[in-house]
Design a protein around this ligand. Structure first.
Ligand code: 13P
Ligand code: SF4
Length: 347
């Protein structure tokens, strides 16, 4: 039963003490988050993983690329596990390393040596290694603006992957005109633009998050009509149109902080992952908060991690045969770490 599973997890956590560390992303289910030793967005979880020097076992409650990042930022004696291997990220899967290696020479031909790759942490270790190898860095939604600014001090142009929306929204906020951005289509190996190459400043990889693309201008219009007083806040993985129609946009941490600091009695529609929105609603009974779309916005892969999987993973550690270790091969890790460290140095 649920009670038995919870009691057993508490028991194991007590037995393992500081040898065990459970980071939990804000999008995880409540039943999992209650056992997290640290919660945060992807930047915070990368930082706390890097700072932890004592845990031998890191049971990562989040998705695959986050566990890879934790593995690369911890020592060899520290092992990282993902309670369910099916907890991937469809956005990270949209930038395949083979596609990227194919794209790069074509882009070099078009633009010469003027491009710096920037990759959202929501990417595979191989993409982070590609980025590191070419002088680029990782970004998260919390530091994207600072990192894009930095990138322009290094090179004239940016290749932003894999999320076109975070790339476009961030560059737009920094004053890059939309016509100076072009989408790279990895299926046709072409740049989708009618502009001359010299005008292009930002090349956006054609990837997206299906959770955040689920929010539309129909949703924002409906809120304006039904609740004229309501403020709309969305994650920058939403499309440019939705971010433009909202009152505010920012990372997971920014959304949480904004609602926490909002006056009692204020009303909000939030456009981000459902587990987080429901948790925010519970934590702020003095505010009127709804999801921008009540029907569709769970991250199905985040939700793969549940109580039974967490317990199974912990039991395997206690039994001395840990399952689902995430281990990035050392050649990839060396180059990927360059891109992560360039970010963490500025985060
Ligand atoms: P952040 O945690 O950086 O806000 O990213 C959101 C997300 O989609 C995580 O997968
Ligand atoms: Fe990936 Fe989107 Fe899920 Fe984040 S919310 S893990 S970007 S699919």
């Amino acid at each position: 039963s649920k009670d038995e599973m919870e009691a057993r997890i508490i028991d194991i956590k007590q037995t393992l003490g500081k040898k065990l560390f459970i980071p939990g992303h804000h999008y995880q289910k409540d039943e999992v988050i209650q056992f997290a030793d640290a919660t945060g967005d992807s930047l915070q979880l990368a930082q706390v993983s890097a700072a932890n020097k004592e845990a031998e076992h890191i049971v990562f409650c989040g998705v695959h690329f986050m566990a890879e990042t934790a593995d690369m930022l911890t020592s060899e004696q520290q092992h990282v596990y993902l309670p369910d291997m099916r907890a991937g990220c469809s956005m990270a899967d949209m930038a395949d390393i083979y596609q990227t290696e194919q794209a790069w020479p074509i882009l070099q031909q078009l633009f010469g040596d003027t491009i710096l790759p920037l990759t959202y942490v929501n990417s595979t270790a191989a993409i982070k290694a590609f980025t590191g190898r070419h002088g680029g860095a990782c970004v998260t939604s919390s530091n994207a603006k600072d990192m894009v600014k930095w990138a322009f001090t290094q090179k004239q142009r940016i290749l932003f992957l894999p999320d076109q929306h975070l790339g476009r929204n961030t560059a737009y906020d920094l004053g890059v005109p939309l016509e100076n951005m072009a989408v790279w289509n990895p299926h046709t190996n072409t740049l989708e633009t009618t502009q001359a190459p010299e005008n292009i400043q930002v090349i956006l990889w054609k990837g997206h998050c299906s959770v955040h693309e689920g929010f539309t201008v129909q949703h924002t219009a409906m809120i304006r009509q039904t609740y004229p007083q309501m403020r709309i806040i969305v994650h920058p993985e939403c499309s440019r149109e939705v971010v433009a129609a909202a009152d505010d946009a920012g990372s997971t941490k920014y959304i949480i902080d904004t609602i926490t600091n909002a006056p009692s009695g204020s009303s909000w529609a939030i456009g981000t992952e459902m587990n987080l929105v429901h948790r925010i609603i519970k934590q702020h009974p003095d505010k009127h908060i709804i999801s921008l779309n009540e029907n569709f916005c769970p991250c199905l892969t985040m939700n793969r991690i549940d109580l039974p999987h967490l317990l199974w993973s912990l039991e395997s550690i206690v039994e001395g045969q840990p399952m689902n270790r995430i281990q990035v091969d050392s050649n990839t890790a060396i180059e990927a770490r360059l891109s992560l460290e360039r970010m963490l140095a500025r985060a």
